[in-house]
Design a protein around this ligand. Structure first.
Ligand SMILES: [Zn+2]
Length: 221
């Protein structure tokens, strides 16, 4: 398609959850048909994002080489769109070297990525059904959306004060918790949504509408 916009969706397969071989295609299905979508588990793709208009980040382990991290940050600094989905805000869980253990944890989030996302994941209680309230109907992403109900992990996040929160939840452990936000990162736009643990939310029609709107907004010239 002429002038078709191109989205890179990156995820990983090293954990027994957030399985990209299943979830990658569900995420691709959320992206409007007019977009070209490339799925990858190769972090090296981040070193040259010149052919893309936006990156969808579904990585759990954000251990990057310097070149990979710089490639991603430069892409957004220069106007590229960044959509962090669910585990993209998990900036402390990394692949374990111990073959008996899938996962290990850093004490602090990767600081440059923390700045990019505008917040980071801390913990979550078990999956449950909860309501998400749209709290900003003046933003293009949420202008035509209604509150939604979803079965997902209720993420507890540490969120910067200066992001624009579009949706919140009544969290089981907290009175109130941001679920969706945006902010500007130099010339680029950032959108983050804490939903998306598995098929239940990745196939939820309201979540799909939210992500589709976000992709359109992130890539608008
Ligand atoms: Zn999850």
């Amino acid at each position: 398609m002429e002038n078709s916009r191109h989205v890179l969706v990156i995820g990983g397969n090293r954990f027994p959850f957030h399985r990209f071989e299943v979830h990658g295609s569900l995420i691709a299905d959320m992206i409007p048909d007019a977009f070209d979508v490339t799925l990858t588990t190769e972090k090296e793709s981040l070193t040259d994002l010149s052919e893309y208009d936006a990156v969808v980040d579904y990585l759990t382990d954000s251990t990057f080489t310097d070149a990979q991290q710089r490639g991603l940050l430069t892409f957004v600094e220069e106007g590229g769109g960044y959509l962090g989905l669910h585990c993209a805000a998990d900036l402390t869980s990394i692949v374990s070297d111990d073959p008996d253990s899938h996962i290990t944890h850093r004490d602090e989030p990767f600081s440059a990525l923390r700045e990019l996302v505008g917040g980071h994941f801390r913990t979550h209680p078990e999956q449950t059904t909860f309501d998400v309230r749209i709290v900003d109907h003046f933003h293009p992403v949420t202008a035509n959306l209604s509150d939604l109900r979803v079965y997902d992990e209720p993420y507890v996040l540490d969120v910067d004060d200066d992001v624009r929160v579009l949706a919140r939840m009544d969290h089981p452990d907290h009175a109130d918790m941001p679920v969706v936000w945006t902010h500007n990162y130099e010339e680029g736009k950032v959108f983050y949504c804490s939903l998306g643990h598995d098929e239940a939310s990745l196939t939820n029609g309201d979540v799909r509408s939210l992500i589709a709107n976000a992709i359109r907004w992130l890539t608008r010239a």
